[in-house]
Design a protein around this ligand. Structure first.
Ligand SMILES: *[C@@H]1O[C@H](CO)[C@@H](O)[C@H](O)[C@H]1NC(C)=O
Ligand SMILES: *[C@@H]1O[C@H](CO)[C@@H](O)[C@H](O)[C@H]1NC(C)=O
Ligand SMILES: *[C@@H]1O[C@H](CO)[C@@H](O)[C@H](O)[C@H]1NC(C)=O
Ligand SMILES: *[C@@H]1O[C@H](CO)[C@@H](O)[C@H](O)[C@H]1NC(C)=O
Ligand SMILES: *[C@@H]1O[C@H](CO)[C@@H](O)[C@H](O)[C@H]1NC(C)=O
Length: 450
């Protein structure tokens, strides 16, 4: 194994720091807010190439063992850690684990490609907060790139690609021949201090990026792509995680672009791990489902979410906050500010009757609490329906404020808002808001909330 890294590796690591530094400086100079500072970018001692471990980037050779050996070598180095450099080429691989103090660096033109031999994919246990696989009972397939109980991890590069080659899985889903729940491209469990930047994720079999039971996660300047008709290919799903910062991303997939979650019905309530401190900023993209979603799995609670400067086009629902009876948990203190929508079926949907149940052991009387949602500065063109807010009869949604929400129809007909079991206020909303939000007390509530 080569002990001296090629000059290109040293240079790449250096450029990475310079780029991160200048990007942060540029953001500061432009007066742009950023939360990416929650995990500082750092350089690692030595870089080594996957080629040093027998890897071949010809698109045919299976490189699982090379990735595993490289990760084992970084793990052996302890806190010194190391950078695993993936050179230009197509690197076919089965699943592999990451380790702490590791940088995975994808050069420009590097593609890590998932094997299509689905029978070789290992199964892992269901998440305790879901009680079973999200799609099917039992365990689930491990993510292509996996981390459990790790910290100080960076996945970055020069716009290299991680390709899940999901088509074979989507077809199994379509033909109902899936034995277990499909894998994510990247899942990090019980991990902290993570940066994912300057890479492309594409064609995930299922959700693309899934941090669960994590804290301090930055996803920045990342592209996530999957065909419009690919099933359940959510972009980024922060799940039962604290302090997640998603900024400057382009996401265009077959399901929700970002969905904040925290577990499923009785399992999520028992595990009781909320998502909190979630920032989603400067996101652009399109989806047949939602641009930004909270839910529907929110049984551990979701709070303190800030969404701002979002551009969503050719999409089903702009902002979708969704839960269900039986979910329990809460959704509170959510602020959405600065959203441009174009060609969107429904701008806003807040609903208490969305999503299925893991089994019939859920408690139908476990009602979620939804309180404190501020949606402001939303502009829409070609909007078919402004939106609907459907609370739960025995647990009405409270403290919902819509402010400066201007939605132009698609020119066919004016469709009104639809509301039930909700209280709050509205200020400068067009078309005119539903009467549930137009009381005088609602107006003063909303004035104070913004
Ligand atoms: C990867 O990590 C999982 C636990 O998260 C473990 O079960 C598995 O054995 C690990 N695989 C390798 C190759 O180390
Ligand atoms: C975003 O990533 C690309 C490569 O994917 C890089 O060229 C660019 O400098 C990055 N921008 C920022 C602001 O980091
Ligand atoms: C990175 O790759 C994506 C997908 O191919 C592309 O859309 C984007 O423009 C690239 N970004 C840079 C900075 O090269
Ligand atoms: C509400 O969430 C925001 C983040 O959007 C946070 O800054 C603020 O402290 C939270 N408020 C409360 C009362 O927790
Ligand atoms: C939204 O559109 C307005 C007017 O065209 C523009 O000034 C603003 O930068 C846009 N914001 C986003 C997040 O796209």
């Amino acid at each position: 194994m080569a002990s001296r890294p090629p000059m290109a590796l040293v240079l790449a690591a250096f450029l990475l720091l310079v780029e991160w530094g200048s990007a942060a400086a540029a953001a500061a100079a432009a007066g742009e807010e950023t939360c990416s500072g929650i995990v500082p970018m750092k350089e690692r001692g030595t870089a080594m190439s996957v080629e040093d471990f027998g890897g071949v980037g010809d698109g045919r050779t299976l490189n699982t063992a090379a990735f595993e050996k490289a990760v084992a070598e970084i793990e052996r180095r302890g806190v010194a850690g190391g950078t695993l450099y993936v050179p230009p080429g197509v690197w076919l691989t089965g699943v592999f684990n990451l380790t702490s103090h590791m940088t995975l660096f994808l050069a420009r033109g590097a593609v890590i490609k998932a094997t299509q031999d689905t029978s070789s994919w290992p199964l892992i246990d269901a998440l305790p907060s879901y009680g079973r696989g999200r799609e099917l009972p039992g365990g689930r397939y491990m993510s292509l790139i996996h981390g459990n109980g790790i910290h100080d991890v960076i996945i970055t590069g020069e716009n290299g690609t991680i390709d899940g080659q999901g088509e074979v899985w989507w077809n199994m889903w379509r033909q109902r021949t899936l034995p277990f729940t499909r894998p994510n491209i990247l899942e990090l469990m019980h991990s902290k201090d993570i940066i994912i930047s300057n890479v492309v994720f594409q064609n995930s079999p299922f959700w693309n990026i899934h941090p669960v039971y994590c804290s301090n996660v930055v996803v920045r300047n990342v592209t996530v792509l999957a065909p419009y008709d690919s099933p359940n290919t959510d972009g980024i799903d922060p799940d039962s995680s604290l302090n997640v910062c998603i900024e400057d991303c382009y996401i265009s997939t077959g399901d929700d672009l970002v969905a904040v979650k925290s577990g499923w019905d009785e399992y999520g309530m028992a595990y009781a791990r909320p998502s909190s401190g979630i920032t989603i900023r400067r996101l652009t993209g399109s989806s047949p489902f939602a641009g930004i979603a909270v839910g529907s799995e929110t049984s551990g609670g979701v709070e303190n979410v800030l969404v701002e400067s979002i551009h969503i086009y050719n999409t089903g629902i702009g902002i979708h906050i969704k839960t269900n009876s039986g979910r329990g948990g809460y959704i509170r203190n959510i602020t959405v500010s600065g959203v441009n929508l174009s060609n969107v079926r429904k701008a806003l949907r807040i609903a208490g009757d969305v999503g299925d149940h893991p089994d019939d052991m859920y408690n139908p009387n476990a009602l979620p609490i939804v309180n404190g949602l501020t949606i402001k500065d939303v502009w829409g063109v070609d909007i078919q329906q402004p939106g609907s807010i459907d609370g739960i009869k025995n647990s009405p949604f409270t403290g919902v404020c819509l402010s400066n929400v201007k939605l132009n129809g698609d020119g066919t007909r004016e469709v009104p808002w639809k509301c039930a079991d909700v209280s709050g206020g509205a200020l400068g909303v067009q078309p005119s808001p539903c009467t549930e939000l137009t009381s005088i007390s609602g107006l003063s509530f909303c004035t104070n909330a913004i």
